[in-house]
Design a protein around this ligand. Structure first.
Ligand code: HEM
Length: 399
């Protein structure tokens, strides 16, 4: 293996260049040195090969999940307690089991009618208007309504603002991050107290967290707040970014859109391909001990970041990885992670994507990007389009 570390070191996850095309960097890493280092944003090591990213995500022996953020000062890393995401073995399993009942396929299936009704309402309104923004007018309100229904609170409110400050601004500005963390903690704590006063009888997640026990003991206050906090952040811009990228793709690739209209049986296969190609999430770990990789030394306490999107474009695993093929059958993508921490909300995210495509293509089968639309991509922990201005098009002649 030739080590060409210099050319791939010093990456900046938040630079315009990286956000616009992180895959150029990942490709350079795979053909030179597959582990890169940067001092930016608190410092990190990054891997780009499928096997490396997958193995590292599963390796709780050498890497802790205590700090999953991809940026921010290392001294502050681990400040957020979000069980089970930030839990390591042996506690991780029990922490994951606590949330499991809310994300089992049968529970998720119960949510479909409400998700569909909301998607239909939003998309019918956009079809009437003839234009809009995929993110602000559809993907954000849809995903946030799912989360507010899990929490049992009215939809709307400050969630979008929280997500933007927490995930987009926070990593680069610790003051903003501290403020928003404080606001979300207060919000969840107040809701937990409200539910307590009401006798915790509701089917919402927070009443449940007040009732549930681990080994015969109720959850600590810190655990309940952390689990509630996790659901708010894990299910929001992850999912709206996946929906946003998918609809951006269909707005700008009419042949793929037409094929989905002509062959609706391809929907599930296409969803997996959109997930592979536009994998939105990158997570971090901290090295528990010194680890050697490709002749480089990752020291104990240093951050390692795992771009699942990079793994999904590894030519060792995927044929023509940079081509989006909506009929790709063999697709072992790791968009939802791998191993013990594999996404608990993957059934729900897939349902939201399926309902989106079914309802959008029913009401707005033909659409394109608005004239002059310049798409900015977010970066860091989650990648997706900031906004996708579009216009509804008439059906092509003869169709
Ligand atoms: C397309 C949308 C989504 C993507 C791409 C995604 C991706 C991920 C990834 C990569 C992980 C693993 C993190 C790690 O290894 O450290 C994860 C964990 C998790 N996700 Fe998701 N996620 C999505 C949607 C959701 C939704 C909708 C929810 C719930 C409302 C959710 C809840 C969780 C939880 C609770 C975990 C922690 C699991 C554990 O640590 O055991 N996610 N997600």
């Amino acid at each position: 293996m030739t080590i060409k570390a210099k050319s791939v070191d010093g990456y900046d996850l938040y630079s315009e260049e990286f956000r616009a095309d992180p895959h150029a960097h990942y490709r350079a890493m795979r053909s030179g040195c597959p582990v890169a280092h940067s001092d930016k944003w608190g410092g990190s090591w990054m891997f780009a090969g499928y096997e490396d990213v997958r193995e590292l995500a599963r390796d709780a022996e050498q890497f802790t999940s205590r700090a999953i953020e991809v940026a921010g000062p290392l001294e502050a890393a681990g400040g957020l307690y979000l069980p089970p995401l930030t839990s390591d073995p042996p506690e991780h399993r029990a922490h994951r089991n606590v949330l499991m009942p809310y994300f089992m396929p049968s529970k998720v299936a119960e949510m479909e009618p409400a998700i569909r009704a909301q998607a239909r309402r939003l998309v019918d309104e956009l079809a009437r208007k003839g234009h809009g923004d995929v993110i602000a007018d559809f993907a954000q309100p849809l995903t946030l309504s799912v989360l507010t229904s899990i929490l049992g609170v009215p939809s709307g409110g400050q969630f979008t603002d929280w997500m933007v400050r927490m995930i987009r601004v926070g990593p680069k500005d610790q003051k903003v991050r501290a403020e928003v963390v404080h606001e979300i903690i207060n919000y969840i704590e107040n809701l937990l107290q409200e539910r307590e006063r009401a006798g915790n009888t509701g089917s919402d997640l927070l009443s449940y967290l007040n009732r549930v026990e681990i080994d015969g003991r109720p959850l600590s206050r810190k655990h309940k707040i952390g689990a509630g906090f996790l659901i708010v952040i894990a299910g929001a811009d992850t999912t709206w970014s996946a929906i946003g990228s998918t609809l951006w793709h269909l707005a700008s690739h009419p042949a793929d859109r037409q094929r989905l209209l002509d062959e609706p049986d391809l929907l599930d296969t296409a969803i997996e391909e959109f997930l592979r190609y536009y994998a939105p999430v990158t997570v971090g770990r901290l090295a528990k001990k010194d680890v050697e990789a490709y002749g480089r030394c990752i020291h104990a306490g240093e951050r390692v970041i795992l771009p699942f999107a990079a793994a999904n474009r590894d030519p060792e695993v995927f044929e023509d990885p940079d081509e989006l093929r909506i009929d790709r059958r063999r697709n072992r993508h790791i968009t939802f992670g791998s191993g013990a921490h594999r996404c608990l909300g993957s059934n729900l995210a897939r349902l939201e994507l399926r309902v989106t495509l079914e309802e959008w293509l029913r009401a707005i089968p033909h659409f394109r990007l608005a004239d002059g639309a310049e798409i900015e991509w977010t970066g860091g922990q989650t990648r997706g389009p900031e906004s996708v201005p579009f216009v509804v098009e008439p059906a092509p002649a003869g169709s």
